[in-house]
Design a protein around this ligand. Sequence first.
Ligand SMILES: [Zn+2]
Length: 268
Amino acid sequence: MFPGNGAVDTPVRSGGPVPRRPAKHVELRFYAELKDFLAANHRSGKVGRTFDVAGSVKDMIEACGVPHTEVDLILANGESVDFSYRVGDGDRISVYPVFEAFDISSIARVRPQPLRQTRFVLDGHLGKVARYLRLVGFDSSYANTWSDHELVSISTGQHRILLTRDVGLLKHGAVTHGYFVRATEPLRQLTEIVDRFHLADCVAPFTRCMQCNGLLQPVEKAEIAHRLPPRTRDHFDEYRMCASCQRIYWPGSHHRRLTEIVDQARQA
Ligand SMILES: [Zn+2]
């Protein structure tokens, strides 16, 4: 005997254990550089996931390896949704990074407004690029002794973008503005950050102390002459002093190298 059209071969149950409901399925599609975070077998950007209990789309995105701080727009079945959206069976989720070229102002972004002033706090292993960022004038807090907890609270409390190469740190729920630095070489990291945050036109070289992030101010030579090595005093007339640590700067032997770094940042 053949079952009729569309009939399902359902076993008869009588008082046995409650049958396990079939897992729900969702398809996620990640765009552009978000693919960097996916497992090697998902580099096409497509990830299928099954689940039993519906969670937030934020948790599902992070379970795929993508930190929420990298995400700027989420569409669920074509409608923009925020991080708290509960994923439903059969959903098609599109996940976009922070947009640079496209105008999506008419669609709701997941993060209401960008930080007005671009300021950074850097993870402990980014000390060299912190110095470079200060060299080109960007407010960059850094200390290699800060714990993850301190980094997160400085980022949220002082409205600083958290720069790190630790994806796990960016998944911290409290972090709203963070960025995973892809490059490993400090100079490349600098141009990557300047490019990513569109800062090339804001470069203000030699305005910030590379040591402590304090602001540099012009200072009269006579005022600090007693602190200068004799050769320096003879050769240079223009000096700047850090308002925080009183370190003195002049266009000395490193100047050419530093100017090259500034030029690279301007061209980023
Ligand atoms: Zn200083």
